[in-house]
Ligand binder design. Structure first.
Ligand SMILES: [Zn+2]
Length: 583
């Protein structure tokens, strides 16, 4: 299994020289323990066990976990999940430690995976796991999904909690996965904390911006998140093999730019995308946007140059397809969502708890890469190695050309597990994941405890005003890192206080400051692994969600794939691999 899209993306952004402005890290391989913070033990054990050559012994489990057809078994399946997940968790840890302003993992964003079930080529939900990591330090996390498919797995995981708001813009109606109705708004404590914007075929840049910006602004205003996770599935681009939207790179990246302006700790992830040359273009351009860098429309020579013919340009043109989203329709849906958002009492707060340990950095290494995994590539030092860096992105062997790497020391911490017996979401909220403040850092957060609107609390202000506003602010430099790429930044001393103190009761958001501008890519590791167990339960999926959601027909991804015209010329194999990759 070769995540070819990721490799192409990485190579392209290296050849644009963007790596000079980022910190690039290899993600560690997430282990079973980290994955079961959300997923069930038996499901993850199954993923670790199943191989093409032993499938016949596991037919029953394959059926039970929805593995085999739409989500095929392939060599390296578990390792692929480990890398994708390890990158996203590592990005979250970097953000928690305020070592970066923006973390990027283009190999993450597998939003369809469920607690005990694979879906839409997503096996392990790296997003849910990364959000759980962020919740250790941040009271409220906002999840935004611009993949053409509904972000069902993430929505389901947090459907009954107010600590995470999920906002998905997606094609709805006779389309995989079939969920994401306007009326699906969350349940229990999570009521009104799930936002779904159903769209029709052919939405273009102008229409998308017309809904995305006001909805996100309103959400920022009423929810006041402390951190944001943005899933950038590229199947919403014009010309995607499975998609039916009509966005250009600029329209897609406008979302990244808009979200970035709120200056909140931001985790940017990949997702779907099936016309791989455009996926590489899109994510490269969005990496540049994250870095506030302008890059030329003329593509630099790169290892996959021939894929980008005949024009060899960065940007793509939308097609002449009809936009079935009329202004009236969009306006009406937007107003409905605003009405729901008005129901939010205020930005919810949480109780204080000790902060759970950070995910451990790469420790158990069951892999050859371990030696390398805790190393960070020194951007400047590695300038000359561009040609070799292509290897970073995928799972391959990297080993030798990494002399300029220096160790990133992440201290392993002991994990303690207090396994509570709480219910899923509740537990999540009450256990460590939630809000926990370190004993020693409590003092810095004190002032926030009672404020109902965290964003305005004094502590916050003092830390950094920027995050609390709902208006995007321009011009503040940011740092970036990624798991395929994770963006990291230099630790800002001033933020010490906030970073240690996760939100407490309605506490202020832990802000990042981000004036540093580095981006790091996490390739294979260095990400910490998570440890505590308390969080795991947090993620349980509330039963309520199932009953509340609409039952729309759910075409399978396969059906979609079949329907999709195969327009791509070369790269049959790649395509194939790619298609499998995600959604
Ligand atoms: Zn998708």
């Amino acid at each position: 299994m070769k995540p070819h899209r990721i490799r192409m993306t990485h190579n392209l952004l290296l050849n644009y020289g963007l790596y000079r402005k980022m910190e690039i890290y290899r993600p560690h391989k997430a282990n079973l323990e980290e994955m079961t913070k959300y997923h069930s033990d038996d499901y993850i054990k199954f993923l670790k066990t199943i191989r093409p050559d032993n499938m016949s012994e596991y037919t029953k489990q394959m059926q039970r976990f929805n593995v085999g057809e739409d989500c095929p078994v392939f060599d390296g399946l578990f390792e692929f999940c480990q890398l994708s997940t390890g990158g996203s968790i590592a990005g979250a840890v970097k953000l928690n430690k305020q070592q970066t302003d923006i973390a990027v993992n283009w190999a993450g964003g597998l939003h369809h995976a469920k607690k005990s079930e694979a879906s839409g080529f997503c096996y392990v939900n790296d997003i849910v796991l990364a959000i759980l990591e962020l919740l250790k330090y941040h009271q409220r996390v906002l999840y935004i999904d611009i993949d053409i498919h509904h972000g069902d797995g993430v929505e389901e995981a947090f459907y009954t909690t107010d600590r995470v708001m999920t906002v998905s813009f997606h094609k709805y109606g006779e389309y995989f996965p079939g969920t994401g109705d306007l009326r699906d708004i969350g349940a229990g404590k999570g009521k009104y904390y799930a936002v779904n914007f159903p769209l029709r075929d052919g939405i273009d840049d102008e229409s998308y911006e017309q809904i995305f910006n006001p909805v996100v602004s309103k959400v920022m205003e009423v929810y006041k998140p402390n951190a944001v996770v943005l899933q950038c599935g590229a199947d919403s681009l014009a010309g995607d093999r499975l998609g039916c939207f009509n966005l250009s790179l600029k329209g897609h990246a406008q979302c990244v730019n808009f979200v970035k302006k709120f200056n909140l700790p931001l985790l940017i992830l990949g997702g779907g995308g099936y016309t791989i040359r455009n996926v590489a273009r899109c994510w490269t351009f969005e990496t540049a946007v994250a870095l506030d860098s302008d890059i030329a429309n003329e593509l630099p020579y790169n290892d996959y140059f021939e894929y980008f013919g005949p024009d060899f340009k960065l940007h793509i043109s939308p097609s002449n397809m009809a936009n079935q989203n009329t202004t009236d329709y969009l306006e009406k849906i937007k107003q409905r969502l605003f009405e729901n958002l008005r129901m939010l009492p205020h930005a919810p707060g949480v109780q204080m708890h000790p902060i759970p340990d950070d995910a451990p950095v790469l420790e158990e290494s069951d892999n050859e890469d371990d030696m390398e995994s805790d190393r960070r590539i020194s951007i400047r030092a590695s300038d000359k190695h561009v040609a070799h860096q292509e290897e970073y992105s995928d799972s391959e062997d990297e080993g030798d050309n990494r002399r300029d790497v220096h160790h990133v020391k992440e201290v392993k911490r002991s994990r303690k597990r207090a396994k509570g017996s709480a219910t899923p979401v509740e537990k999540m909220v009450q256990n460590g994941v939630e809000n926990t403040v370190n004993e020693d850092s409590k003092s810095s957060v004190v002032s926030n405890e009672n404020s109902s609107k965290p964003s305005t609390s004094p502590a916050e202000e003092k830390e950094k005003p920027k995050s609390s506003t709902s208006t995007p602010k321009e011009g503040s430099p940011q740092t970036v890192a990624s798991v395929t790429a994770e963006v990291s930044t230099e630790p800002a001393p001033e933020q010490e206080a906030s970073r240690k103190s996760p939100e407490v009761a309605e506490g202020p958001p832990a802000s990042k400051d981000g004036d540093t501008e580095e981006a790091m890519e996490v390739e294979d590791s260095e990400a910490p692994t998570n440890t505590e167990g308390d969080t795991s339960s947090n993620a349980d999926v509330p039963d309520a969600s199932n009953s509340v959601k609409s039952n729309s027909p759910k075409p399978t991804e396969e059906e979609e794939k079949e329907k999709a015209p195969q327009t791509e010329e070369s790269e049959e194999t790649e395509k194939e691999e790619d298609t499998k990759m995600e959604h």
